[in-house]
Design a binder for this molecule. Structure first.
Ligand code: ZN
Length: 510
């Protein structure tokens, strides 16, 4: 009996060795055949045959970004270019030679959060929503791919985020905490990581919950970090300056970087921080750079389609910076582009517009929901602004207008129907009266957002043929695009923990 069992075991082991090898060969052949895209065709064959580990690894994570966010950006760009036509203009990473799909559920939920999903990507383990790189007993810490690459291979490490540097996604590459809300402790771990380049939004709770702890930026300086808070200094930063923490000079909602829609002329975008990162991290041993676009998620929570699309486009431009680097080092570079989970249940198509979309309508939105809240709603409440005045601000910032507006006949798809007008008026009254206990209907209408602002974006989304189902995260899978050395490892429909496992296998870290 024992002997029999042993034989079966050996058979399974052999099968386990042979099947992946065959799959890899098939994938490689497929990848070589389909190397017809712009970025891909020159290098795909060479990189597939390469056997040594990639020296330069970029991991781009669009927070809250899945297929709908990416495709909406492509449709938006195409329809804008063709003046309303049915055309697409893909973000460059959509043409990578390899695309896989990753499942995102965590130990709590099919609709996971950023802490657990980033833990899966960074360490290969599932954990609870809200937990960063700790097991489900909250006692055992997991080592991250970035820590392994630094310790075992001497790679330089960069962590970039458009939101706070101690927010869940960036934290999952250097911190180990039972709760993502332990911002101060996460900040301490950030300094202790010794990673080489941090850039993006400001640290949350830099002096702790009490406000009495030693300032995290001072702790960082004492540990040898150069801390930079102006763009002028950031521009001058070189590799000779050593370890650096670069905080965006202009900080927007929750001390994050501006939405791309709101960024001023000349203000550094995500792509600029990536370009500087490449400059300071580039070295002969290698580097690993994680880049998060965190506000794709925030805009989707708020059901702001225009801000989501613009931040997704900006994320694409940040990837383009890495593609330029890849073209110079095709055999040594791997670029992965993925999301951590989908947010908002965004979809292309709306019950009220059937098979039609009017995505050019979204170009009328000039500012994000967050900036409308801070620049307009605050003022409305203070000065008890009349609805008529509010309507003219809505026209200026979102393009929507009542049927009696002088420009109504020229912009039929932006004219408020009676139904929409009254929805807006109800929301205006809700905002002006202050939010009290919400009824079930009000919760569905407004989530936890300013009733007026979220109603404006809902109406504009729907008039564009776009809709959201949730103010939270959803359970749909995310794409994983890959180009460069090791790209074929990322084919298939797999779990998000496999992103870590494949990266670890590829780089031969323990
Ligand atoms: Zn989120």
């Amino acid at each position: 009996m024992r002997k029999h069992l042993k034989r079966i075991l050996i058979f399974i082991m052999v099968l386990a060795m042979v099947v992946p090898a065959v799959t890899a060969i098939t994938n490689r052949a497929q990848a070589s055949q389909q190397g017809s895209t712009k970025v891909a065709n020159e290098d795909v064959v060479i990189s597939s045959l390469s056997t040594k580990a990639p020296k330069y690894i970029f991991l781009f994570i669009g927070d809250g970004m899945s297929y709908p966010q990416i495709q909406a950006a492509s449709y938006y760009l195409g329809t804008m270019k063709s003046n309303g036509g049915v055309e697409t203009q893909d973000l460059e990473f959509m043409n990578f030679p390899v695309a896989g799909t990753a499942k995102t559920f965590d130990s709590t939920s099919f609709c996971p959060d950023s802490a657990s999903t980033a833990t899966s990507i960074a360490t290969g383990y599932k954990t609870y929503s809200g937990t960063i790189n700790m097991d489900t007993t909250l006692t055992i810490p997991y080592e991250t791919i970035s820590e392994k690459l630094k310790q075992q291979k001497g790679y330089k490490i960069g962590v970039i985020s458009s939101v706070n540097l101690n927010h869940a996604t960036p934290a999952a590459f250097y911190a180990h905490q039972a709760s993502r809300n332990n911002y101060y402790e996460i900040g301490i771990e950030m300094v202790e990581s010794g990673f080489d380049y941090f850039a993006g939004g400001a640290l949350l709770k830099p002096t702790g919950n009490s406000g009495n702890e030693k300032d995290l930026y001072k702790v960082a300086e004492a540990s040898g970090y150069k801390v930079i808070k102006t763009q002028e200094e950031a521009e001058k930063l070189t590799a000779k300056d050593g370890k650096a923490i670069v905080i965006a000079e202009t900080l927007a909602d929750s001390s994050a970087m501006s939405y791309d829609l709101d960024a001023a002329e000349g203000e550094w975008r995500l792509a600029d921080y990536v370009e500087k990162g490449i400059e300071v991290l580039d070295n002969n041993t290698g580097f690993f750079m994680m880049v998060e676009s965190g506000k794709i998620d925030w805009a989707c929570h708020a059901n702001d389609a225009a801000a989501t699309i613009q931040d997704t486009i900006a994320f694409g431009k940040a990837v383009d910076t890495a593609i330029d680097f890849y073209k110079k080092h095709p055999n040594d570079t791997l670029i992965l582009v993925t999301g951590d989970h989908e947010t908002g249940g965004l979809t292309i198509g709306f019950a009220g517009t059937k098979y039609d979309t009017f995505m050019t309508n979204l170009a009328n939105q000039k500012i994000s929901y967050a900036k409308f809240d801070s620049d307009y709603i605050t003022r409305y409440k203070k000065y008890d602004t009349k609805f008529e005045t509010v309507l003219s601000d809505i026209k200026a910032n979102f393009g929507l207008m009542p049927s009696y507006d002088k420009d109504a006949s020229k912009n039929p798809t932006l004219v408020l129907t009676d139904y929409e007008y009254h929805k807006l008026l109800d929301a205006y009254n809700m905002t002006m009266n202050g939010i009290k206990q919400l009824t079930q209907e009000e919760k569905l209408l407004y989530g936890s957002y300013e009733p007026l602002t979220v109603t404006i974006t809902h109406i504009l989304n729907n008039k564009s043929g776009i809709d959201f189902t949730s103010y939270s995260h959803t359970g749909v899978p995310v794409p994983v695009f890959a180009i460069g050395n090791g790209q074929d490892m990322f084919e298939g429909y797999y779990d998000n923990t496999d992103i870590f496992k494949r990266l670890a296998q590829l780089t031969a870290v323990k």
